[in-house]
Write a protein of this length. Sequence first.
Length: 175
Amino acid sequence: MAKSYKEIMNDITTFIFDVDGVLTDGSVHITPTGEMLRTMNIRDGYAMKAALESGYNVCIISGGSNEGVRIRLRNLGIIDIHLAAPNKVETFKEYTELYSINPDSVLYMGDDIPDYHVMQLVGLPTCPQDSSPEIKAISTYISHKNGGKGAVRDVIEQVMKVQGKWHLYYNGKHD
């Protein structure tokens, strides 16, 4: 019998997220100078910071490239930021090999076709509610939140609660 997503969450040590459609709602606002602006959710940022401070690995793998995104993620303490990744599977394999991470201990959240193949390699493939049908079909967990609207917070909080770390974090008892 296959494990439930809650059972799999017991083994998660690493979170990997796409950016557009996961950390953002997938919208891009284009300024007259051609700059593309994105909006990120503060609660998603809080959860990523909580995960890092609780000892989880947090990594970003995105096909897009935007220095504003990099700056925002670095300000949260994330150091493994792979933007303009031409091949997400290759980037994933390099990252997990570099840190000796078992792919079965990885939660990956993606939302569209470029995430498909890497999601097939992880222990817990997840996606926001408004993801493409192909991604929903291979996801073990589909958040009730949309991309950029708290889906990242949803999965991080659930993992930390299953592992007994969320309560410790928000009570200020984390190390």
